[in-house]
Design a protein around this ligand. Sequence first.
Ligand SMILES: Cc1cc2nc3c(=O)[nH]c(=O)nc-3n(C[C@H](O)[C@H](O)[C@H](O)COP(=O)(O)OP(=O)(O)OC[C@H]3O[C@@H](n4cnc5c(N)ncnc54)[C@H](O)[C@@H]3O)c2cc1C
Ligand code: HEM
Length: 395
Amino acid sequence: MLTAEQISIIKATAPVVGNHARDITGAFYPLLFERYPHVQAYFNQTHQVQGTQREALAQALVAYASHIDELGQLSDAVSLITHKHCSLNIQPEHYDLVGECLMEAIAMVLGAAVTTAVADAWSAAYRQLADILINAEAMIYQQNAERRGGWQGERRFLIEAIVPESATMTSYYLVPEDQEQAIDFSAGQYVGLILTINGSVVRRNYSLSDAPGARHLRISVKHEQGGVASGYLHQQAKEGNPVLLTAPCGDFVLTQDEYGLDKPLYLVTGGAGITPAISMLNSCVASGREIVFVHAAINSEHHAFSAHVQALASNHDNLKTFYIYEAPLPKDTPDATGYLNADMLKALMSGRQDVDLYYLGPKPFMACVNRIVHELGIPPQQVRSEWFGPREALD
Ligand SMILES: Cc1cc2nc3c(=O)[nH]c(=O)nc-3n(C[C@H](O)[C@H](O)[C@H](O)COP(=O)(O)OP(=O)(O)OC[C@H]3O[C@@H](n4cnc5c(N)ncnc54)[C@H](O)[C@@H]3O)c2cc1C
Ligand code: HEM
């Protein structure tokens, strides 16, 4: 518990820490990796190079400091961070290492402004936040272990089948090596995949792309040019190979019961963002709930799961599809060409605001849908999004 004096110190110094947050997190990661090299393998090095993780941590610290006396406001951020941490198997003992390096980074960047009282207040504030995250993570780990087919930590799976879904996306069917049991998760969640590539451990997240309750977990991976994990999976992985997985995590899940019928469900995705939407679709299409499945792809060659979704649509009247191709091939007949825009989504919504809308895609796609959703006035609690990397600001 912070004292009243510490809270006022945090409030008074929050603006200066906020102004220097990027410098602080920029100093923090090299310090952490130099002093505790074993921790580096938990972090996606591409996000380090791109600076997106540095930025996400800076924003989290600013948000925390500015809500230090109203922590309830941070519940969405806590949920996002803790699910991400659990998917990477972050443990309580890691928090001391991070705290030590973060406090040193603050002192390095702010210099003499960090008096003993300021340092003590920020250390206490860090400890408080660490405890909130550690407790929330303990609950996620426990829930994940208690689910049917669940587990805690890293578990060995075997690649049972490799199935191409488009010119650039391939599905991997993964079964636990130690048991054959249906595995529960919430449609829309993702796993942590741990690979050893050329002697280095690489951790990446992948959304599960099939409905829960099967004996396999399926991930569907887009081949990124020059990508370490996707390159390995597409070019080297073979059926029968082992991989390590953490238990499914993430809060990009259907807020209503998946069989809830009251609001139409809009699944709006671009490119590789289709994967969790397929899991949601597969899990609830048979319920009869009205579903509008909107997907943007380059063209039919890059359009993953199109035959699968078309087959579902021909058997379920409650499912409507709308496809937008950026660069259609001569044989393609999409519903629209170019990029998703406000007019397309408005026409699909027919002025309705009582919908649940889930969206995921590349950053410009996310920015566009985010803007349209605001314009249409859909209540924020009915809109959810996921990111295939550290969450970024859209405005
Ligand atoms: C919650 C979540 C769910 C996800 N679900 C999916 C999913 O279902 N399907 C899916 O395909 N992906 C998904 N992702 C993304 C996935 O985790 C990986 O980020 C993605 O597969 C790329 O990883 P990679 O190792 O192949 O590429 P990386 O090696 O990370 O490289 C990514 C890109 O950056 C470039 N790059 C790397 N380093 C540099 C550098 N130094 N300079 C310039 N360019 C560089 C590479 O050339 C490449 O184009 C998800 C991510 C998250 C966070
Ligand atoms: C109070 C302490 C911490 C805060 C505020 C914090 C905050 C964050 C945030 C905001 C993200 C990005 C979430 C997203 O948008 O996906 C993140 C991701 C991550 N965090 Fe933490 N974190 C803390 C402690 C730790 C600790 C102790 C570790 C362990 C070493 C850790 C390891 C990671 C990793 C590996 C990622 C994913 C990085 C990536 O994708 O590149 N964090 N954290």
